[in-house]
Design a protein around this ligand. Structure first.
Ligand code: GDP
Ligand code: MG
Length: 162
C-alpha cells in the first residue's frame, strides 16, 4: 500500500484548500462556513513520482469545548492511521487552545508531523509564523494554500518524510 498523509487542524484553517492544491484539482469541498468536511475523505495523490493517499479531515461541534475534543479525536486517529501528519494552523489567528491541545497529542506520537502555517499570502506576513515554534512541533512551513505560495516546498517535505 502507498503511504498515507492526513491533513488535520481546526475548522476553517484551509485544510481542504490545501488538499485541492496538492491534488491540482477541486476535489475537496472548500467553504467559508466552517465544518463542511464532515469526516475523513481519502484521495489518490502524487508528487515527484511518489504516490500517496491524502486524507482530508473535518467534523466539529459548534461549541468550543466540543470542537477541542473533535480536533483531539481527529489528531489521535491521524496518528493511528497515517504515516505522515500535516497539521495546519491559521497564521493570521495564531495558535489557539485547541491548536495547543492537538499539538500536545501529535508531539507524543512516533509519527512524522509537519507543521503548516497557512494563509501566509505574502512575504510581509512571514513574521506571524515564528510564534508557531511554541507548539513544539519544529519549524512551521509558511504556505498560502489559496495562492500556492510555498506548496512545492511543503510537498517536498511530505514525500521526504516517507
Ligand atoms: P477547512 O475547514 O480547514 O477545510 O478550510 P477550507 O479549506 O474550507 O478554507 C476555509 C476558508 O479559508 C475558505 O474561505 C478558504 O478560501 C480560506 N483559505 C484557505 N486557504 C487560504 C489561504 O492560504 N489564504 C487565504 N487568504 N484564505 C485561505
Ligand atoms: Mg475542509
Amino acid at each position: 500500500p502507498v503511504p498515507t498523509v492526513a491533513v488535520v487542524g481546526r475548522p476553517n484553517v484551509g485544510k481542504s484548500t490545501l488538499v485541492n492544491r496538492i491534488l491540482g484539482r477541486r476535489a475537496a469541498v472548500v467553504q467559508d462556513e466552517p465544518g463542511v468536511t464532515r469526516d475523513r475523505v481519502a484521495y489518490d495523490a502524487e508528487w515527484a513520482g511518489r504516490d500517496f493517499s491524502l486524507v482530508d479531515t473535518g467534523g466539529w461541534d459548534p461549541d468550543a469545548e466540543g470542537m477541542a475534543k473533535a480536533i483531539a479525536a481527529q489528531a489521535e486517529l491521524a496518528i493511528k492511521t497515517a504515516d505522515v501528519v500535516v497539521f495546519v494552523v491559521d497564521s493570521r489567528v495564531g495558535a489557539t487552545d485547541a491548536d495547543e491541545a492537538a499539538a500536545r497529542i501529535l508531539h507524543r506520537a512516533k509519527k512524522r508531523v509537519i507543521l503548516v502555517a497557512n494563509k501566509v499570502d505574502s512575504e510581509r506576513m512571514n513574521s506571524d509564523v515564528a510564534d508557531l515554534w511554541s507548539l513544539g512541533l519544529g519549524e512551521p512551513y509558511p504556505i498560502s494554500a489559496l495562492h500556492g505560495r510555498g506548496s512545492g516546498d511543503l510537498l517536498d517535505q511530505i514525500v521526504w518524510a516517507f
